[in-house]
Ligand binder design. Structure first.
Ligand SMILES: [Zn+2]
Length: 401
């Protein structure tokens, strides 16, 4: 240990921004002097540089000392820096940014993180996080240094581009809201990126005359897209191959600008679903349109046949059942020829036409039977062919049973 002239002892490149309150140390030095010698490197001609003991040197100057006790050691520059940094990193009053700068310089000296951890007692995860804080733009680093921005929030921001960080600092967003806001910013960026990627495609589509319009919100239907339908699988979508449909003149796109949960995208759509129906003019048919159509047609035909039958039956029933007895009698008498009546009489085991008329007059039931007999002998329902007539006769039979 030697006594060195204080004006020839220079502070080293210290990581600490401030030396803190030197008052008590100055008083102690004034009273008893410097008890622990400074650690310095250097020589008589160039002067000495403090490796450890910056506060003591500063306090000694304030106390008016002209000499300081020091141990001169023979360090390389890297060793000096290392020793100074390690000494300082062990202080408890370092701000996270000061700590980060010290750790960063040690890394710059080529010391592995693991070794830094062993020599300083700072866990590797904390070293990594602290150094990461230096990725923040300067104004944000200052806020962390001053304790105005929590380290957690600082670390979140350190992943972001400087403009985003600076904008958020400008807005004075609370640390609490930073996480939420960052997510929002990321999503917006994602949407913007997606839109940028889509732009050339949209331009190409529009040049080709394919409409691309903003996707309607579920509660509104902007002009021009009424009747559009999305191409794809699922409820209310048109199940057609997207690539094939893109060649159709009815091809169009909705532009979904994206939301908090999904990026912007183009949604293929069809402007005229009917083109792809069985009777539509497009070759691209809705799957099963033909089969469905045939099935529907057959079903319709069957239903029509059933209806016609029922109508015929109904007509005969109402004629026979609901007409007044006199009318039926009049029909039989008025419309059937004499030979027909005679022919009808045979069917009821009666001898003559007169006998049939007499029989018909005896009761309403007899009258009905007489009508059926006449119907079988003549063709009271017209000449629509045998099927028609047979159906009528069958219905008449049922009517009198
Ligand atoms: Zn279409």
């Amino acid at each position: 240990m030697t006594q060195l002239p204080i004006e020839k002892v220079q502070p080293g490149n210290n990581i600490r921004h401030a030396l803190g309150d030197l008052g008590p140390l100055v008083k102690s030095i004034e009273a008893v002097g410097i008890l622990e010698p400074l650690l310095v490197v250097g020589n008589t001609s160039d002067g000495w540089t403090v490796v450890a003991g910056h506060r003591r040197l500063a306090a000694a100057k304030k106390a008016g000392l002209t000499e300081v006790p020091a141990s001169v050691v023979n360090f390389t520059e890297a060793e000096i820096a290392e020793a100074m940094l390690i000494e300082n990193l062990q202080r408890e009053d370092l701000s996270p940014i000061e700590e980060a700068e010290g750790l960063f310089r040690l890394e710059e000296l080529g010391i592995a993180r693991k070794e830094i951890s062993q020599r300083t007692g700072i866990p590797p995860k904390r070293i990594k996080d602290r150094v990461h804080l230096l990725d923040l733009p300067k104004p944000a680093q200052n806020l962390v240094h001053q304790g105005k921005l929590p380290i957690d929030a600082g670390l979140l921001l350190a992943n972001e581009p400087p403009d985003v960080v600076l904008a958020m600092i400008e807005e004075e967003i609370s640390a609490r809201d930073i996480k939420w806001r960052l997510e929002q910013v990321r999503q917006e960026r994602k949407n913007a990126d997606a839109m940028e990627t889509l732009a050339p495609r949209i331009e190409k589509l529009r040049e080709a005359g394919v409409p691309v319009v903003d996707r309607p919100k579920s509660w509104e239907q902007p002009a021009g897209t009424g009747g559009w339908v999305e191409i794809g699988q699922g409820w209310s979508k048109l199940d057609l191959p997207v690539r094939e449909h893109a060649k159709e003149p009815c091809a169009a796109y909705w532009l979904d600008p994206g939301s908090a949960h999904s990026p912007a995208r183009l949604i293929p759509a069809c402007q005229k679903k009917k083109r792809h129906s069985f009777t539509g003019d497009s070759e691209l048919k809705i799957p099963d349109a033909e089969k469905d159509h045939a099935e529907t047609q057959a079903k319709k035909a069957r239903a029509a046949k059933e209806r016609a039958k029922a109508q015929e039956r109904e007509a005969v029933y109402s004629t026979v059942e609901n007409l007044p007895a006199e009318t039926i009698q009049w029909m039989v008498l008025g419309f059937a020829g004499y030979s027909d009546l005679a022919e009808a009489a045979k069917r009821l085991d009666l001898e003559t036409a007169d006998a049939l008329l007499e029989y018909a007059g005896q009761s309403k039931a007899n009258l009905r039977r007489a009508v059926v007999a006449v119907a079988l002998a003549t063709d009271p329902l017209g000449s629509d062919g045998w099927g028609h007539r047979a159906a009528a006769v069958k219905a008449l039979r049922e009517a009198i049973q």
